[in-house]
Design a binder for this molecule. Structure first.
Ligand code: EPZ
Length: 431
């Protein structure tokens, strides 16, 4: 397993370009299953999860051409199977996003029920209940979700989610666009990735209104066509580099981003003493105020409030802020695993239920730590960049799932970070 070796204490300086959003590319790739015509997607991030999603589409029978590194031309004209295997789903739960499109276009889908992951049980009961409201029959057969449209085609309906679910909203949107009649989705997720998916679907011929609000109206059509679309920038990667500038005391220009997608993050970071200048609609300039950082409380909530995917990065920053900050995680039940690793580096953090209390500033020193999930890994990289001495982060495959060329990007900003690839053979003792 690869590791990162970081020698910290160096302020970062320079310009970084943000890659396409993993959490938009994943549903957009799934949406290509809705048509037999070619869909061209640009700005697809070169990360592990998208390689997995591409494999899923190919396993189903779609043709995926990659004329350039971040452009994918997908043609789902010869879908032979309607099943996402356990092998794929266990590596990436977002494979469940194949359910909606397969059900909508072919009237059947079989997807291995995703297990939980490090951050929580992450059920998909709300997805399945919504499919049933659209007329699907859903059953669980030896670990697989089997969904069929008894009449061959789903029927539009009024759907209200009990709680906000991002991929649940995406799955139901993709099911409803080919259903007979109108569908209203209430308590829909409002994330920018929902809007990006809706924009792609509309380009393909779908009739959707209200994406980005909590009520989405869809008028089902008989078929969708091809389209060309560019994936929005990754707002969480943007927030991660904002944190990197602040925690290392450097100054960064963050380009090809969308400041309007992370208003809550910008507002909260400014409150703590991070100086964020919105240069234009795709560029930020970030540095720490000379007065230093002040601890501020935060609660994670669905968009447009502070995102759970920025909680771990924020916690790392608060270890360097003056005073106490309370971090409350309301979305996932077990998303503080980075805390124990930060404590090993010298942080003063107390966890009680879904509340983490951080006292700062504390001097961070390099240590051997283990990544547990995608955003926790980012938090450990940030702490390593700020810590004195060497930090070795194990299990960095987590970070490779969602951050494109992260070592290359940080090195270009002056970080002393390298990837240690397990060379079993090279390390084998001479016989
Ligand atoms: C999406 O996950 C993101 N993943 C996550 O990003 C993100 O943390 C999450 O939304 C919240 O913003 C992708 O978009 C691929 P949810 P998702 O359904 O859709 C519960 C990352 O780091 N729930 O909005 O799976 C669920 O357990 C990843 O990139 C049900 O109970 O999240 C959770 O507590 C991590 N039943 C809450 O709702 C359901 O059927 C929100 O989950 C669905 C969800």
């Amino acid at each position: 397993m690869d590791k990162f070796l970081i020698r910290g204490g160096r302020p970062l300086h320079g310009r970084v370009e943000i890659s396409g959003a993993k959490n938009s590319a994943l549903p957009c790739l799934a949406a290509t299953l809705l048509t037999s015509e070619t869909v061209i997607l640009h700005n697809v991030p070169y990360v592990k999860d998208l390689i997995t999603q591409r494999r899923l589409l190919e396993d189903l029978g779609a043709t995926v051409l990659t004329p350039e590194l971040r452009t994918q031309k997908i043609t789902a004209s010869h879908i032979q199977t309607f099943e996402a295997s356990y092998e794929l789903v266990k590596t990436m739960r977002a494979s469940v996003l194949a359910l909606g499109p397969l059900l909508a276009r072919f009237g059947k889908a079989k997807v291995s029920l995703p297990g939980g992951c490090a951050i929580g049980t992450r059920p998909i009961d709300l997805h399945l209940k919504a499919f049933e409201k659209l007329g699907a029959s859903v059953s669980l057969e030896s670990g697989d979700v089997v969904a069929t449209a008894p009449k061959g085609r789903l029927a539009g309906n009024d759907i209200e989610f009990e709680k906000v679910t991002v991929t649940g909203t995406e799955n139901v949107m993709m099911a409803a666009v080919l259903a007979e009649g109108k569908t209203t989705i209430r308590k829909a997720a409002r994330e920018p990735e929902i809007v990006d998916l809706a924009d792609l679907l509309i380009k393909m011929g779908a009739k959707i209104e209200g994406s980005g609000t909590e009520t989405i109206m869809i008028d089902g059509v008989d078929a969708l066509g091809g389209a060309e679309h560019s994936i929005i920038p990754d707002r969480i990667e943007t927030g991660t580099f904002i944190t990197a500038a602040a925690i290392t005391g450097g100054e960064l220009e963050i380009a090809k981003c969308r400041p309007d997608h992370i208003e809550a993050v910008i507002e909260k970071f400014r409150e703590t003493g991070v100086n964020i200048e919105i240069v234009d609609e795709t560029t930020l300039k970030v540095r720490r105020d000379s007065k230093g950082l002040v601890g501020k409380d935060v609660t994670t909530e669905p968009h447009p409030l502070f995102p759970t995917d920025m909680q771990a990065q924020y916690m790392a920053l608060m270890t360097q802020a003056e005073g106490t900050s309370e971090i409350i995680e309301t979305i996932f039940e077990n998303r503080f695993m980075h805390a124990s690793e930060l404590i090993r580096m010298g942080a003063d953090i107390h966890i009680s239920g879904n509340r983490a209390t951080v006292n700062g500033p504390t001097r961070l020193t390099g240590a051997r730590v283990i990544a547990s999930d995608l955003r926790a890994s980012a938090s450990l990289v940030l702490a390593g960049l700020a810590a004195e001495g060497e930090t070795i982060i194990d299990r960095v495959y987590h970070i490779d799932r969602g951050y494109e060329t992260i070592v290359r990007k940080f090195r270009a900003l002056g970080a002393d970070i390298e990837r240690l690839t397990e060379q079993i053979e090279e390390n084998a003792p001479e016989n």
